[in-house]
Design a binder for this molecule. Structure first.
Ligand code: PEP
Ligand code: MN
Length: 376
């Protein structure tokens, strides 16, 4: 029988090993990936001493396993991850100060709420996401010029935004649409950060650009179209930079959690999850913003949850209503596209708020945040 494609042996069999040169910024910190990994959680007694906790952590490390210590209000939870056969042999319940030990049975282990037993906080620059304060991220879809990004950075900061967004590498449906300014866009973002004091979030689309984007970004964005680009997920997992992972437009909530697990499994726990709307049969809006995902994610994972109502509904006039609803639903952060001249925008002008409308929105977000026990 004639084969069109060579068998895998032919493809891989004679290939010499490829040396992987990697700069320090992307050096793996700790990889937990094994074919058969198991996660166990050790719940300590409320009266466990710091000495007992440190004893557990150092023993676990001696065994070649990873321990992730989470300090809740009542007690300390120690998540342990490593090869299943190795973990199973260890008498984790025998340490003084331990109340109980149990396996994480869900397919997503490191991202599951029980692995930490408390909500995670992720720092973007000096801004903390996942605490009482709802963090507003804002900026244009794409970085287009120095005037544009500086003007928008100043106005959103004055309105109360804490993180500046802007794409330098743009994933566009058409190859003929504006693809972003690339490195120049990153340099303009860095200038806007210097001028405004706001940390920046920007998208990385490809592993080949990661080192460059990581030099500039305070937070890496992985776009909806790349949510299941597993090599990119692994690579960003080998940095310690915060990563905002956007839900794919045809991805379930579980798919999103499994993708996040790739990042954590490489050692990077600084992950934000972003609901940005999914494709449904509805045609009156760009996407359907799935606010169901907010309480579900808050229950299933310790990772902070961001909502992007701009891409979620895609129509400027309706963005504020969905932004308020996102905060009411429990979002830790919202991301809003803002443009000083939306009619001239190179991407997503139709869904971008004018600075004055954004200013009004932040005021209303503050009211909703306070009504649900948060702050702004
Ligand atoms: C964006 O944030 O501009 C963007 C391209 O988002 P998404 O990946 O959610 O489409
Ligand atoms: Mn956009």
């Amino acid at each position: 029988m004639r084969t069109i494609f060579p068998s895998p042996e032919v493809i891989h069999g004679h290939r010499p090993p490829v040396p992987v040169a990697r700069k320090t910024s992307c050096e793996p910190i700790f990889s937990t990936q094994t074919a058969n990994s198991l996660a166990m959680i050790i719940i300590t007694r409320p009266d466990a001493t710091e000495e007992q906790i440190q004893h557990i952590v150092s023993r676990v490390a001696d065994w070649g396993l990873r321990a992730e210590v989470s300090r809740g209000e009542m007690r300390v939870v120690i998540g342990v991850i490593g090869a299943e056969d190795k973990i199973r042999q260890k008498p984790l319940g025998a340490f003084p100060g331990v109340e109980s030990v149990m396996p994480v049975l869900k397919p997503y282990k490191l991202v599951s709420y029980e692995f930490r037993g408390t909500a995670s906080r992720v720092k973007v620059g000096d801004v903390v996401v996942g605490a009482k304060e709802v963090v507003v991220m804002a900026g244009p879809c794409s970085v287009e010029s120095e005037d544009q990004i500086l003007s928008i950075a100043h106005s959103i900061r004055d309105s109360g935004a804490k993180i500046l967004r802007g794409g330098a590498f743009k994933p566009r449906t058409s190859p003929y649409s504006f693809q972003g300014l690339g490195k120049v866009g990153l340099q303009l973002l860095a200038e806007a950060r210097r001028e405004s004091g706001l940390p920046i979030i920007t998208e990385v689309m490809d592993t080949k650009d990661l080192e460059l984007v990581a030099e500039y970004a305070d937070c890496l964005q992985i776009g909806a179209r790349n949510m299941q680009n597993f090599s990119l997920l692994r690579e960003v997992g080998r940095t310690q930079l915060p990563v905002m992972l956007k839900r794919g437009m045809a991805a379930s909530i579980k798919d999103l959690l499994m993708s996040a697990e790739y990042i954590l499994s490489e050692g990077n726990f600084n992950v934000l999850l972003c609901e940005r709307g999914i494709r449904t049969f509805e045609t009156m809006t760009r996407n359907t913003l799935d606010l169901n995902a907010v309480p579900v994610l808050k229950a299933e994972t310790h990772l902070p949850v961001v909502v992007d109502p701009t891409h979620g509904i895609g129509i400027r006039d309706f963005v504020p209503a969905m932004a308020l609803a996102a905060v009411a639903a429990g979002a830790d952060s919202i991301m809003i596209e803002v443009h000083n001249a939306p009619e001239l925008a190179k991407s997503d002008g139709e869904q971008s708020l004018l600075p004055k409308d954004f200013d009004d929105l932040v005021r209303r977000v503050r009211g909703v945040a306070e009504a649900v026990g948060r702050a702004l």
